[in-house]
Design a protein around this ligand. Structure first.
Ligand SMILES: [Zn+2]
Length: 89
């Protein structure tokens, strides 16, 4: 998987974690810890190639050929703390 938009160190990585380890009630997601939130967002990014449905349809939307394609390259979409808010291919 080629990931476009990688950074050595994004702004959000400087945000300290404010969770109390071992105390689930004082840890993300029950408290608003931006460090853990942005980490979870980054971890949701696929790091390996994956396949998607790529059926061919006629002009009426009827599937004429079923097929898949492999996504080998994605582009990260970053928010104001350079956190990963999404990705596209
Ligand atoms: Zn945290």
């Amino acid at each position: 998987m080629k990931i476009i938009g990688l950074k050595k160190k994004a702004l959000w990585e400087s945000i300290p974690c404010i969770c109390i380890k071992g105390d689930v009630a004082k840890s993300y997601p029950l408290i608003k810890c931006n460090s853990c939130k942005f980490t979870a967002q980054w971890e949701s990014v696929p790091k390996k190639d994956f396949t998607v449905n790529d059926d061919i349809k006629d002009k009426n939307g009827k599937v004429t050929k079923k097929q898949t394609k492999t996504v080998k390259e994605i582009t990260l979409v970053r928010g104001s703390f350079e956190d990963v808010v999404g990705w596209k291919w």
